[in-house]
Write a protein that binds this ligand. Structure first.
Ligand code: DAU
Length: 350
């Protein structure tokens, strides 16, 4: 997959650098950061932004990325994997050998990977095991800060709730799907008593470079179809409601959570503009100018997050001063540009 190697345009990384509170970069100065999930969508964006800031601000960062397939990461993302301040550590999050180095921060962004043959409950177990292993490593390496990249999926179905707030609770046996249960289990591990500052970021839905159609999520598929000049096909009825945050905003928010989040606190990370899946398909089609009408297949495709998946962003705004800078329209434009213009260097309005 050659497109994996296409970096994020420098102008976007400059934008993240400019919009991030200086206190975030100062908190990260001279840090040794250990990252699980560094080769996924979230992890690659964090690496891009950290490497860019490291260079621009001479932060003196040392970034260690745990990966099951270092060779593949080197092959597909050499600009990240071979960066001077990046070290790759081969291993699985469930049982990796602890390196003997000290780290100041740990970011746990790894998703549990369960084979399709794995039985029910396996994803939960993997999620818990990997998170516990990462927390134990954070203790062993003396980390002071721990960012757990969780998901808004933990809320499950909250009927009648307009915007999901961090203080909402859920019943353990509420019929939630495997993914939701796995993410809840991971949060429960992070919530135990550890000797580091743990901050939980609950990530919602995103668009942007590195989100590939193969991820299976609707937005990535729609944008990829349009980028290929094809008509957008909505598999479901298109009635589900989502908000989408642009990846650069996501990375900026996550780094702010890591550096400035209160210990033991949870923050939603997501977009604010509500769209139905059908509206999203129409918007992608309009912006890409394919001229091909959206097809709504109306098949049963429940998605991972249920009908309404809208975060309250008040806590992130009030406590961390965070706001989204990239609109849904601009985010779609940038994602299309990334897919269709290799190594694009175009700049964006401030
Ligand atoms: C793939 C696909 C989905 N859909 C529908 C099903 C759902 O009602 C809605 C959204 O589905 P998806 O985008 O697949 O998944 P969704 O439930 O939003 O998953 C969200 O929540 C997940 C759990 O937090 C996150 O991991 C995802 O990043 C995030 O997008 O769109 C379509 O109409 N057409 C499609 O082709």
């Amino acid at each position: 997959m050659t497109d994996l190697a296409r970096p994020v345009p420098a102008a976007e990384l400059d934008e993240v650098l400019r919009l991030t509170a200086p206190a975030v970069w100062e908190a990260l100065r001279c840090q040794a950061v250990f990252l699980t999930g560094g080769t996924g969508f979230v992890g690659k964006w964090l690496l891009e932004c950290l490497l860019h800031a490291d260079k621009a601000l001479s932060l003196g960062l040392a970034l260690t990325v745990l990966t099951r397939e270092p060779d593949k990461f080197i092959r597909t993302s050499p600009h990240l994997a071979k960066a001077e301040s990046v070290t790759l550590l081969k291993g699985d999050v469930a049982d990796f050998e602890f390196p003997r180095a000290a780290f100041s921060s740990v970011i746990h962004a790894a998703l549990p990977v369960a084979s399709p043959a794995a039985g029910r409950g396996n994803l939960e177990l993997l999620s818990e095991t990997g998170t516990r292993r990462t927390c134990e490593f954070a203790v062993a390496c003396g980390a002071r800060r721990f960012l757990h990249v969780s998901s808004g999926a933990v809320y499950g179905q909250q009927l009648g709730v307009q915007a999901l707030t961090e203080s909402l609770s859920w019943q353990e046996f509420d019929g939630a799907n495997d993914y939701t249960r796995a993410k809840r289990r991971a949060e429960a591990v992070v919530g135990q008593s550890w000797p580091f500052d743990a901050v939980i970021a609950r990530c919602f839905a995103f668009i942007g470079p590195y989100l590939h159609a193969s991820s299976g999520v609707a937005a990535a598929q729609f944008i990829a179809q349009a980028a290929d000049g094809k008509g957008v096909v909505v598999q479901g009825t298109g009635e589900a409601i989502r908000t989408y945050q642009y990846a650069g905003d996501m990375a900026r928010w996550l780094l702010s959570c890591l550096a400035l989040g209160a210990s033991g606190r949870t923050y939603n990370v997501g977009g604010e503009t509500e769209v139905s899946i059908a509206q999203l398909a129409a918007e992608v089609t309009r912006i890409a100018r394919t001229g091909i009408p959206v097809e709504v297949a109306g098949r049963s495709t429940p998605g991972l997050a249920g009908h309404r998946y809208v975060p309250s962003l008040r806590r992130a705004a009030e406590e961390l001063g965070l706001a989204n800078a990239v609109s849904l329209e601009e985010g779609i434009r940038r994602t299309l540009a990334w897919l269709t213009t290799p190594n694009t260097t175009r700049s964006f309005p401030a």
